[in-house]
Design a protein around this ligand. Structure first.
Ligand code: PLP
Length: 376
């Protein structure tokens, strides 16, 4: 038996997505920038995909810029705006994905921008009054706060954060990699300047994503050397990736409520079973609150063998990811768990689910986890 429970890292590609991509790989080989018929055919596929994505998010096609994934989209939003808008203050949190955290730190150092971190509570929620204080007491800010955390699943209220940023004329970027195509979005109703997407988080191909950039903005391309993506991203487009991304998002979007119900049921089943069978088990973040339905971060009671747990689960065919809060600051460990001051003596295991996850997989993981704690 195998159980793939690491869907926040990546998801298996959907067969319908593969079927959509194959003919593009086999036949549509023209360069989309070529003006002849071979090129025009491929250009049409890119633009059809862009229109479809824009429609699902209720934005205009020109606001979607295809990138190589979430990391590049985050980099583009942060690097290009901080540099060209002349902003002198930036705000983020300690629990952002490294695509945001490292980029914010790098660009702030290079451009002489002051970087502030918003306070979080012990469950990982953003302290909105501290965010307001930071916005009020500093120059115009660039704010980057993720919609949902990939390790502990915490979400922010995107609408409320956007409204607060607008009140202080701040530029608001949110890493939406873990929520895009997992929840319905209407960006026309949100005060957000940038949002990011990565197709492999929702059964699309790897190496493709996009940056949503509000049409009111004007930033330069991060890459130079070509006029693709209306001058916003140089380089020949990943055509099959783009077609696969649009297809994956269409499938996700058209069944989103069904997927939420299925996956949420599995997550709560796992919570109930672990609480019933492992004395002292806890959960990092707030899995019963405003959290991703796809992520469950289990905090296990201290145990001298817990360092072997991930290895043991792997041997038994269970894929998940682990970590603990780093106690020394410099040692390996999860910066997210460190950021919420989780107990470094407790082993944390992240299980993450997708619409393909079955109850059998969950029950198998519960059985093996419980057995490990009974044996040791
Ligand atoms: N942001 C978050 C929250 C993520 O979880 C990930 C992927 O792990 C990324 C960004 C990076 O996305 P990509 O793998 O497409 O570069």
């Amino acid at each position: 038996m195998k159980a793939y429970l690491d869907n926040a890292a990546t998801t298996p590609i959907a067969p319908e997505v593969v079927q959509e991509m194959i003919p593009v790989m086999q036949d549509a080989f023209g360069n989309p920038s070529s003006t002849h018929a071979f090129g025009r055919e491929v250009r049409a596929k890119i633009e059809r995909s862009r229109r479809s994505i824009a429609k699902m998010l209720n934005v205009t096609p020109g606001e979607i810029i295809f990138t190589s994934g979430g990391t590049e989209a985050d980099n583009m939003a942060i690097r290009c705006s901080l540099k060209t808008m002349g902003l002198k203050h930036a705000i983020t949190t300690d629990i952002e994905h490294h695509a945001v955290l490292d980029t914010m730190e790098d660009v702030c150092r290079l451009e002489g921008v002051k970087l502030s971190k918003v306070r979080l509570d012990e469950k990982g929620y953003v302290d909105m009054s501290h965010l307001e204080e930071l916005l009020k007491n500093n120059e115009r800010s660039f704010v980057s706060i993720m919609h949902a955390n990939n390790e502990i699943g915490n979400k922010i209220d995107l609408a409320a954060t956007g409204d607060l940023c607008e009140k202080y004329d701040a530029i608001f970027h949110s890493d939406t990699v873990q929520t895009m195509a997992h929840y319905p979005f209407d960006f026309s109703q949100l005060k957000i300047h940038f949002a990011t997407c990565s197709a492999h988080k929702f059964h699309g191909p790897k190496g493709i994503g996009f940056l949503y950039m509000n049409k009111g903005l004007n930033i330069p391309s991060m890459l130079t050397g070509g006029g693709q993506e209306r001058g916003m991203r140089a380089g020949t487009e990943n055509v099959y990736g783009i077609v696969g991304l649009a297809k994956a998002m269409e499938i996700a979007n058209s069944h989103v409520e069904e997927h939420i119900e299925h996956v949420k049921g599995l997550k709560f089943h796992m919570i109930d079973q672990l609480e019933a069978q492992i004395p002292g088990v806890k959960f990092n973040g707030d899995p019963k609150g405003d959290a991703l339905y796809t992520v469950l971060n289990v905090s296990l009671p201290p145990n001298e063998k817990s360092g072997m747990l991930l290895f043991n689960l792997d041997i038994m065919g269970i894929a998940c990811s682990g970590g603990s809060a780093c106690s020394s600051g410099a040692s390996l460990g999860s910066h997210v768990l460190g950021g919420i001051h989780a107990d470094p003596n407790r082993q944390a295991i992240r299980f993450s689910f997708s619409r393909y996850t079955t109850k059998e997989e969950i029950d198998y993981a519960i059985e093996k986890l419980v057995a490990f704690y009974k044996e040791h």
